[in-house]
Design a protein around this ligand. Structure first.
Ligand SMILES: CC(C)(COP(=O)(O)OP(=O)(O)OC[C@H]1O[C@@H](n2cnc3c(N)ncnc32)[C@H](O)[C@@H]1OP(=O)(O)O)[C@@H](O)C(=O)NCCC(=O)NCCS
Length: 179
């Protein structure tokens, strides 16, 4: 019997739905666990209701329990931007991020959005693998953009002409053609 629960957990089949008010606390917990400057439920509520925004959450097939991950996207006509995407640490590497991004792309294509952009730390191997697998390509770079070596720490966005050897990582600007 135990092996059955292990199999369910190690190979979860996820499905993706719109993020709702009931998801905000869990989303905040995931964000807090994923970035140095986590957003609380109130902040996420305001973002979710901002112009052009939509949010998606991934759940285990069957819909029971808290979200395993979420993505926030802002669309402005022809272009859209991934504001944030995160998977709960215990659920990473099991296809949750991919399912979220696939559904976001599907919705944007349905709405005839032409291009999707995002920023990612040059040192965020997991996110880069996800974005490259989806077909994103690098179209720009912001030198020494992140204050922290953990992706998402955007506190020190300034740049210098000669960054120190231990300079914060750069942000890569990536684009996905949705056509
Ligand atoms: C980036 C993140 C969202 C990926 O979510 P995930 O649910 O673990 O991703 P998935 O399991 O769907 O994997 C997606 C792809 O990335 C690859 N990948 C995932 N984790 C990886 C890792 N640690 N190293 C290398 N590749 C990795 C997988 O092999 C997979 O590739 P495939 O689709 O070709 O098989 C997750 O690591 C996370 O929440 N990180 C912290 C927050 C963050 O950095 N967000 C991105 C900010 S730009």
């Amino acid at each position: 019997m135990l092996w059955w629960f292990w199999w369910l957990w190690s190979s979860p089949s996820v499905f993706v739905t719109e993020a709702g008010e009931d998801d905000l606390v869990a989303m905040a917990e995931i964000h807090e666990a994923s970035f140095p400057h986590g957003w609380d439920a109130d902040t996420l509520h305001k973002m979710l209701h901002g112009g052009g925004m939509f949010g998606l959450v991934a759940r285990r097939e069957g819909g029971e329990g808290d979200p395993l991950g979420f993505v926030l996207v802002r669309s402005t006509g022809e272009e859209a931007e991934v504001i944030t995407v995160a998977t709960a640490p215990a659920a990473r590497g099991k296809g949750v991020g991919r399912a979220l991004m696939d559904e976001a792309v599907r919705r944007l294509q349905r709405d005839r959005v032409a291009r999707l952009y995002l920023e990612v730390s040059e040192r965020n191997a997991a996110a880069l693998a996800l974005y490259r697998a989806l077909g994103f390509r690098k179209v720009g770079e912001r030198k020494a953009y992140y204050a922290s070596h953990v992706d998402g720490g955007k506190a020190a966005a300034g740049h210098t002409s000669a960054p120190p050897l231990n300079a914060p990582p750069s942000a890569l600007v990536m684009e996905l053609d949705l056509g």
